[in-house]
Design a protein around this ligand. Structure first.
Ligand code: SAM
Ligand code: SF4
Length: 329
């Protein structure tokens, strides 16, 4: 699949639920309204949709959410997709998780063929963890990370950089991640979805974090790529890798190879734009994939050149009202 700007679409992020057992302050309000269950695709439908993309050349699938591991029987989907690795275009199935359920699922994920997981962790301080996630338990997440490590999964820690919240802890998180052999990626807050707080208060440009770190550490540009938008440096002192995802200070759209599917079958061609295609209709109106294939082709031809995220300083309103928990991180 090639879009109008010549980019090959080889990566799909699939949100399998919009529900979550955390309420991270930058992601959703505490009293979030979730989708009615009837609107959500079944696991079989999600598998069929995923495989329609794979048959069109998609090589990597990332399962996300909401929190993907709170979806009932989600291992059925991992097992089904994992069994296609190497037997189709599919090369990799990965997962983005908040880690709360990882202790329970780590071994099954590894058996299903998952090799890498991204675990979101913004702090290792219990109090700050509760302040950010509202409902989360840090120790459960740390146990989940240990279990994933023990199961042989490669781990990347994702940290959203939050001004005045975890700003002073970023170095410590990096040192901890690297000492455990994990990659570490920092993410800028993106203006997605209505939240209870103030986004301008939270926004911390990673250029500042990087400048601060480079006073103490030797950061060398790295050619390492994971198929995502992160740009990596290697840190000489830790021999670890540090990634930066900077949607606001640096536009990464020119190399975008991905589209995103919500748990209701809506395909978003760009995280930062509203245009979408309803694949559920095509999926449900016929048991064979001809309609679905056409709908996917037509959608890829509409993939926009890029996003134009801005944090609206005058009105403090999100650039998009759709939260990250709908389109998946
Ligand atoms: N629940 C899982 C988790 O937290 O990893 C998967 C879904 S979550 C939406 C994926 C990633 O998006 C997480 O790393 C989270 O920190 C990040 N995220 C959520 N809202 C964000 C926002 N407004 N700006 C930047 N990153 C955000
Ligand atoms: Fe849940 Fe992930 Fe959003 Fe936090 S970032 S509320 S864990 S979906």
């Amino acid at each position: 699949m090639i879009d109008p700007f010549g980019r090959q679409i080889s990566y799909v992020r699939i949100s399998v639920t919009d529900r979550c057992d955390f309420r991270c302050v930058y992601c959703m309000p505490e009293h979030m309204t979730f989708l009615p269950k009837a609107d959500v695709l079944t696991l079989e439908e999600l598998e069929r949709l995923s495989m329609a993309f794979v048959h069109k050349g998609v090589e990597r699938l990332r399962i996300t959410g909401g929190e993907p591991l709170v979806r009932r029987d989600v291992m059925k989907l991992f097992n089904a997709l994992g069994s296609q690795i190497g037997k189709s275009n599919l090369k990799e199935v990965t997962l983005t998780t908040n880690g709360s359920q990882l202790e329970r699922f780590a071994r099954d994920l590894a058996s299903a063929g998952v090799k890498r997981v991204n675990v979101s962790l913004d702090t290792r301080d219990e109090e700050t963890f509760r302040a950010i996630t509202r409902w989360g338990d840090l120790n459960k997440v740390l146990d989940g990370i240990d279990a994933a490590d023990a199961a042989g999964l490669a781990i990347k820690i994702n940290t959203v950089a939050l001004k005045g919240v975890n700003e002073d802890e970023i170095e410590d998180l990096m040192l901890w991640a690297h000492s455990r052999g994990f990659d570490h990626t920092l993410i800028e807050t993106m203006p997605l979805g209505e939240i209870d707080g103030d986004r301008i208060d939270q926004y911390l440009p990673l250029s500042i974090v990087r400048a601060h770190l480079s006073r103490k550490y030797s950061l060398h540009e790295s050619a390492h790529r994971t198929g995502g938008p992160a740009r990596y440096v290697s840190v000489a002192e830790t021999s670890g890798r540090l990634g930066f995802i900077t949607p606001l200070t640096h536009n990464f759209c020119e190399s975008c190879n991905r589209v995103r599917l919500t748990c209701t079958g809506t395909l978003y061609m760009c995280l930062g734009q509203n245009d979408s295609t309803d694949l559920r209709k095509a999926l449900r109106s016929s048991p064979n994939d001809a309609l679905l294939d056409n709908a996917i082709d037509e959608a890829i031809l509409r993939k926009p050149k890029g996003h134009d995220f801005i944090i609206d300083r005058r009105h403090n309103s999100p650039a998009l009202t759709r939260p990250m928990s709908v389109t998946g991180g």
